[in-house]
Design a binder for this molecule. Structure first.
Ligand code: KIV
Ligand code: ZN
Length: 535
């Protein structure tokens, strides 16, 4: 049996399905290109029937990203399968349709209201329909780990007979233990006819924190494809984390009997950061492999040991996953070419027009701080990518605040050819700035989450604000903004959420004014010079 483990990345499908992690087309393309550089074998680019946006992004990724297999998800429903087939068509022979159907008793009885024989027929029909469109068809009996084993083997057998080339056995609700998950693979592979002709796959959710352990157990049971996401993002507690699975196989190759993947591990940290920025999900500090503390040693004994011999307290070389791959920071004297080269290294694809606009902000930031680090640059670009189609652009912000004065903000926004200006007081300078934006746009959001982090170290560090705002129609939108000034960063982040809400399509008129959560007050007097608005 082959020792090669295929990595099926579902960051753009299952990962993006997690609330608050949605990405626009441009962000998904950036992630897909980076996944290609990372060396994944399959990119599940989306669920084409679920929305026009998902269809467009799967189709565009299938057009642009050459190398990996591009998969589109579909229920066992003719319209879903045809739509997925159309979306992955530009990938040619690299297009895959991934059909799924609930098979467990609870899914059959409560979700689908179908008997076992109907499930068998639907699975076979779905796979046949997909095979008429593409040669590469994956079938997933959803909730496989809670499905009666004999029935599961029958469903798998009928999917294989109908032409499935990959069989995925998902632990949809993260219920299985590693031992059970491994035994399920062993049983199905030994029982279902035709098993030797297909690739078996794991797909594990992290509800009990076992997703990575279960994926590794699935490999021990015979799986040769692992479905996972960058940073482990995904529904509820997330999916198996790609970086953890890959590095476990690599670091413990002695134990895992030499199973290997094609992943270029030095791209791991870069990919993790890109995904985190694109979907607005911060990586927890103590996250294995990619968290900021993953290789930080604070105790004296550990530090001493590391200095004497790294392996005393480190089981992996941080360089192997791309830590420490930073180069000399840029300064305000750096030219556009130098900036463009850095951006390319960081994995961004920017058009000449976009580079002009990022360079404008780069110069602004370069004037305010001595060094512009990779993370500063990434924060500027993300802003650019998120605001690619901005409805309102921040032109001017003036805030006064102090312990004895009423915080007041004056804001001017560009709205097409028009400049709109207003002023407001607030409970603090950030509140005043956000209230003024509300007055100008007529859109009111309630802050549900507000996080400020320093992008890099030092007193002149850029601050990056990530916030969630709930609008009157019930939609909660993430916004992000960066600046050397935290109030400007907050205004940019909030405006970003307003713009995204307008672009996604506000579902109903804005709700009446609601009380906004108060971010920490600051004492500040800040003026941003007007700058050219981006259309
Ligand atoms: O968790 C799951 O069962 C899924 C399927 C669609 C494969 O995501
Ligand atoms: Zn899933």
């Amino acid at each position: 049996m082959s020792q090669q483990i295929r990595i099926f990345d579902t960051t753009l499908r299952d990962g993006e399905q997690c609330p608050g992690a949605s990405m626009n087309l441009r962000q998904k393309l950036e992630v897909a290109h980076q996944l290609h550089r990372l060396g994944v074998d399959i990119i599940e680019a989306g669920f084409p029937i679920s929305s026009d946006g998902d269809f467009a992004s799967v189709q565009q990724i299938a057009k642009e990203v050459r190398g990996p297999i591009i998969a589109g998800l579909a229920r066992c429903v003719p319209k879903d399968i045809e739509t997925a087939g159309a979306a992955v068509k530009p990938a040619g022979k690299n297009g895959r349709i991934h059909v799924f159907l609930g098979t467990s008793k609870i899914h059959r009885e409560f979700k689908l209201a179908k008997a076992q024989d109907e499930i068998l027929r639907l699975a076979a029909d779905g796979v046949k329909r997909a095979r008429a469109l593409v040669k590469d068809v994956e079938f997933s009996p959803e909730d496989a780990s809670r499905t009666e084993l004999d029935f599961l083997a029958k469903v798998v057998e009928s999917a294989i007979a109908a032409g499935a080339t990959t069989i995925n056995l998902p632990d949809t609700v993260g219920y299985a233990t590693p031992e059970e998950y491994r035994r399920m693979f062993e049983f199905v592979i030994a029982t279902a006819k035709g098993s030797q002709n297909v690739v078996f796959s794991t797909h594990c959710h992290n509800d009990l924190g076992l997703a990575v352990a279960n994926s590794l157990a699935g490999i021990a049971g015979g799986a040769r494809q692992v479905e996972c996401t960058i940073n482990g993002i995904g529904e509820r507690a997330g999916n198996a984390s790609l970086e953890e699975v890959v590095m476990a196989l690599r670091t413990r190759r002695d134990y895992f009997k030499g199973y290997s993947t094609q992943i270029h591990t030095r791209e791991v940290v870069k990919t993790s950061r890109l995904v985190s920025r694109m979907c607005g999900f911060l990586v927890q500090r103590n996250k294995a492999i990619v968290g900021e503390n993953a290789f930080a040693h604070s105790s004296g004994i550990h530090q001493d040991g590391i200095l004497k011999k790294r392996e005393t307290y480190e089981i992996m070389d941080p360089k192997d996953v791309g830590w420490g791959d930073t180069e000399l920071p840029l300064t305000k004297h750096s030219g556009r070419h130098a900036m463009a080269v850095r951006l390319k290294h960081l994995g961004y694809h920017m058009s000449d027009k976009e580079l002009v606009s990022v360079f404008e902000r780069f110069k602004e930031i370069g004037d305010r701080k001595k060094f512009v680090y990779d993370d500063d640059l990434a924060a500027l670009v993300d802003n650019q990518i998120q605001n690619a189609q901005e409805v309102y652009a921040l032109e001017y912000l003036h805030v006064t605040s102090g312990n004895t004065s009423v915080p007041t903000a004056t804001v001017r926004l560009r709205y097409g050819a028009e400049a709109k200006q207003d002023a407001s007081t607030g409970d603090g300078p950030v509140d005043a700035a956000l209230k003024t934006i509300d007055r100008i746009t007529g859109h009111r959001g309630v802050l549900k989450d507000y996080q400020l982090r320093a992008v890099t170290a030092g007193k002149d560090a850029m601050g990056e604000v990530t916030l969630k705002a709930e609008f009157g129609d019930g939609q909660t939108i993430t916004g992000r903004g960066a600046s050397t000034d935290v109030i400007e960063a907050s205004a940019r982040a909030y405006l970003n959420a307003v713009n995204r809400h307008l672009l996604i399509g506000a579902k109903a008129p804005a709700a009446p004014a609601a009380k906004r959560a108060k971010p920490a007050a600051a004492t500040v007097k800040k003026v941003i010079k007007p700058r050219t608005a981006k259309a």
